[in-house]
Design a protein around this ligand. Sequence first.
Ligand SMILES: [Fe+2]
Ligand SMILES: [Fe+2]
Length: 162
Amino acid sequence: MCEHCGCRQIEPIAELMDEHFHLLELGEEIQRQLAGGNRYAAWTVLGQFADELSHHVDREERGVFQALKDQGDFAEAVVDLEGEHADFDEAISDLGLDQADLEAKVADLLGHLTLHIDKENLGIFPIATVTLGSSGWDTVATAHHSHDHKHTHEHHHASTSA
Ligand SMILES: [Fe+2]
Ligand SMILES: [Fe+2]
């Protein structure tokens, strides 16, 4: 990934890049299970993959993508990437456990996801890193933080010092 562009120094971008890495790991696990003939196991991992992808996409679209659109920067590239998000959603809904070509469909989906991730890691994220102003970063922080609150309950606001 891009260790040299400074993206990893920006916490919310580093988070999204870590999520990319994890999604690709889950994708490899799905393909490993399918290759071993374990369709049910693959299906379970696929469910986790779908959940994590949708969480990730939501953060991108409400955060970095929205911030770039608000600034009027690279809006066309952002719209293309959002279109790919919708394509992934549709491709995942079209998968079925009993399909003869399930392996091929999954390989196709993961191939497209890899290309999509490269466009983000090597394209739109470095662009965001150098172009977003402070209100853009506020949008990103709000998108990431509000989502974390909505989906986890791990924020302990300490009151143990009795
Ligand atoms: Fe994306
Ligand atoms: Fe992404």
